[in-house]
Design a protein around this ligand. Structure first.
Ligand code: FMN
Length: 209
């Protein structure tokens, strides 16, 4: 199996719930164990942007997401925002990689300063201190100097900033195509197989020769 077997997926309250849900679906199909965290704001955004109505409590959410994605029992684990005893809260239990998608500018700031005021922030802090793979997918427009400074700081600490900014050279026909562009780039970084977007040089995008 290429790429990490266990991944922390956190969804925060930036626009783009579809990215997080699609990544969850892809990780399940690639037989990964997903440790799933979602902020209150992300749940509001998800209800605004999609038909998915997540139950509020972690256990009910876990059952719902397992059924929603067709995951095996125990493949998706959901933790509450103050579940400090969960594996993601400590370097000895946390997965090798964490993706925050979408990543709000608020969570970006908290991660950049090591706030650790909720489990998402703590899990990201653990990922950074353990020098593991942290991928952040911010969405805001325009970016303020604060946002840009936080992104620079995080990038210098080893996190990858992958903006939710799909390209158009693959000639997207649907919104799903745009979502898949960003999700495919996340999977490429994780070294997890994906067939949504050819790697550059493997396909001639509308160019005859
Ligand atoms: C519908 C909706 C869309 C939002 N879009 C964005 C966004 O694109 N980027 C962003 O940084 N915040 C956005 N916000 C604001 C965040 O949700 C808000 O700052 C929240 O405090 C973030 O909390 P969290 O980081 O704990 O999820 C949006 C909020 C709502 C309700």
């Amino acid at each position: 199996m290429s790429g990490p077997e266990r991944i922390t997926l956190a969804m925060t309250g930036a626009s783009g719930a579809q990215y997080g849900l699609r990544l969850l679906d892809c990780l399940v199909r690639e037989d990964r164990e997903v440790h799933f965290l979602v902020s209150k704001a992300a749940q509001l955004v998800m209800a605004t942007e999609t038909d998915v109505q997540l139950p509020a409590k972690p256990q009910a959410m876990q059952t719902f997401l397992t059924e929603y994605t067709g995951a095996a029992a125990g493949q998706i684990r959901v933790y509450g925002k103050e579940d400090w005893m969960s594996p993601v809260a400590s370097g000895s239990g946390a997965p090798a990689a964490m993706v925050v998608v979408p990543c709000s500018t608020g969570s970006l700031s908290a991660i950049a300063t090591g706030a650790c005021n909720n489990l998402i922030e703590r899990a990201a802090d653990v990922t950074l201190k353990e020098r593991r793979q942290l991928i952040l997918v911010p969405r805001e427009a325009p970016f303020s100097t604060i946002h840009l400074e936080n992104m620079l700081k995080l990038s210098q600490m080893g996190a990858v900033i992958l903006p939710a900014a799909p390209g158009f050279y693959h000639q997207p026909q649907t919104i799903d195509d745009l979502v898949d562009f960003v999700v495919a780039r996340i999977l490429n970084l994780l070294n997890i197989p994906q067939d949504m977007l050819p790697r550059w040089g493997e396909h001639h995008y509308g160019v005859d020769d």
